[in-house]
Write a protein that binds this ligand. Structure first.
Ligand code: MN
Length: 274
């Protein structure tokens, strides 16, 4: 946390944090001392899948979401993100219409609870191997429209978009007014710029839609990331072990990338007449 602050980050994201395992008050105070904003991300487990046909599974998922919302609030944050509308993990069957409707109805109630806590819900759109529900931004927007709550947004992640979207930049532009949270990650989840994602196009799109909010760097290595999450995200190769060097690089990469796209946007708008 101290290092995140020292390296110039304004926000820290905690993934799959269990409130019973942390001193929430202490953590909230430390975040405030460091002037670090906080976001919470998670994915529902199979036994808490709110798109399930089983009512007790849906009820359990509802409780998990409420706990995460309360934790976000208690840490001083306003954003809960991640795979919130269905289970995180590879599914063996396609989602049914009934599953979609169950999830939407349940999520609308969860959104009411979140509104009272002043927390927004940001639905992470992930690739087909991690969910059978929201794989594209367009699907996410349809889900938000069905839920009909003003505090529900999209959580877009370049790693997943690179797999599923027809065009990442166009998808960002199309979803512009519903984007609430952004993850930036490389195609192999390692150092930004060392994989095959076209980050210039992504920064251009974020600048074009006037994105002023956080761009949260996400990377995985079993050297540091929790074992369960490493398994879930299929981290079979560790592309780094030094998290400080990685974070330093990511911060420069994002700052320079956004700055370059802003300069490009300015140039295209300036006529430079004699
Ligand atoms: Mn992500």
């Amino acid at each position: 946390m101290v290092r995140s602050h020292e390296l110039g980050f304004d926000l820290i994201e905690f993934s799959y944090i269990d409130p019973s395992q942390v001193d929430v008050k202490w953590l909230a105070a430390r975040l405030q001392d460091l002037k670090l904003d906080v976001a919470i991300s998670m994915g529902l487990p199979p036994e808490g899948d709110i798109s399930s046909d089983d009512a007790s599974t849906v009820a359990h998922g509802t409780e998990i979401l409420k706990t995460a919302i309360a934790l976000t609030r208690d840490l001083g944050g306003t954003k809960l993100a991640g795979i919130l509308s269905s289970a995180h993990g590879k599914q063996e069957a396609a989602l049914t219409r009934k599953g979609w409707d169950t999830s939407v109805t349940t999520f609308a109630k969860v959104a009411d609870y979140a509104r009272e806590a002043c927390v927004t819900l940001n639905l992470e759109v992930v690739n087909r191997f991690e969910s059978n529900m929201l794989n594209t931004a367009a699907q996410g927007m349809a889900y938000i429209a069905d839920v009909g709550a003003s505090n529900v947004f999209l959580h877009l992640d370049t790693f997943h978009m690179n797999i599923e979207e027809a065009d990442v930049g166009l998808a960002i532009r199309h979803a512009a007014d519903k984007i609430g949270y952004v993850h930036i990650g490389e195609s192999h989840r390692g150092y930004l710029g060392t994989g095959n994602i076209d980050f210039a196009a992504i920064f251009d799109a974020l600048v074009a839609i006037g994105w002023q909010d956080y761009v949260t760097f996400e990377s995985f290595s079993s050297a540091i990331v929790d074992r369960a999450l490493s398994l879930k995200t299929a981290i079979w190769r560790d592309l780094w072990t030094d998290n400080v060097a990685l974070a330093k690089h990511a911060h420069s990469f994002i700052t320079l990338g956004m700055e370059t796209s802003r300069l490009k946007a300015e140039l295209t708008q300036k006529a430079h007449l004699p």
